[in-house]
Write a protein that binds this ligand. Sequence first.
Ligand code: PMP
Ligand code: GLN
Length: 387
Amino acid sequence: MRRPLLNRRLAGLGTTIFAEMSARAVATGSINLGQGFPDSDGPQEIAQAAAEAILKGRGNQYPPGPGVPELRDAIVAHQQRFYGLSYDPATEVLVTAGATEAVAATLLALVEPGDEVIAFEPYYDSYAANIAMAGGTRVPVTLRPPDFRPDLDRLSDAITERTRLILLNTPHNPTGAVFTKPELEAIAKIAVERDLLVVTDEVYEHLVYHGEHTPIVQFPGMRERTVSISSAGKTFSFTGWKIGWITGTPELVTAVKTVKQFLTFVSGGPFQYAIAQALALPDSYYRQLRDDLQQKRDLMAAGLREIGFGVYEPAGTYFITADIAALGEHDGVGFCRTLPDRAGVVAIPSAVFYDDKEAGRTHVRFAFCKRKAVLGEALTRLGKVFT
Ligand code: PMP
Ligand code: GLN
């Protein structure tokens, strides 16, 4: 008998929920609050910089493997400016095809078959796929409502002799939790004591409405064991450009680069120059982005509450988790599958981000990185069906 075409480590990985739901949105003419992408592009001057780079022949041929020097310098300057962190642009930065490739290359570089990777669930869907590609085993530690705080005892208990690394994501997609300084300090202490690597996905670092973003790498003993990942997609509203990066010690960056060079080698030449310029935008840009999204968060939270959803107000990211139990609904997956036809709105069932499906059964995620009129219309449509 012929064996299945898809290699068995990846069995069960179908189309991503984001692709599935975006296709449903198009097919039904629904408002897409599923996949997280803004419906307004980032700054015009940055788009102009990308266009000029193409026309002036900057980056149209393969850029250097680690990224163009201008972007590596800008990433280093960004880490210094916002967090007081120092990196060497020559050896401690690697530009990637979005955070997606950064996570994939990092896990493929650091994880051996049989290694265990601890991640807080619900987790971003590519983590499970990448751990599987590396032959690792994922070990979830569940973030629970209402606050989705990391349970540090559970984390300690989850560590075994086979644990290789902790995969963190703060601000956290999909819950919107922002890990606090004491929480991150405690996680760092555990990582040092148990001699674990930490991979930290910080793509929503500038989308924080309550509290502040703390990079875990700043705690004692973390610099040598942390791979930090971020991306321009969320910060500059150009998710299609796919410019991401990692920062870490030369040894960690070299390991990840070894994999990355055989995945894409390089990508996005002209966009790299534009993002170098974007990272240097003044504080007012970053403040405005946050303030605008905070208003949209408040609009969605109030609107969903009024309709009757349970609402977990996010401290960060551009996602809001709503509980449908209050509406008398019990299954988020079924709810999201029928929502486009029922209401003309698309949302993502949070259960897809859990191993423990029960934990997220009645939760659904709405993206609020859309124009206010669009959010208002989505709320009107939901209100008609559920109030
Ligand atoms: N990590 C998280 C937590 C995300 O939400 C996303 C998605 N947008 C990514 C990584 C991927 O980022 P990019 O689009 O830069 O590949
Ligand atoms: N990060 C986006 C989200 O969480 C989706 C990106 C993708 O479709 N891969 O909605």
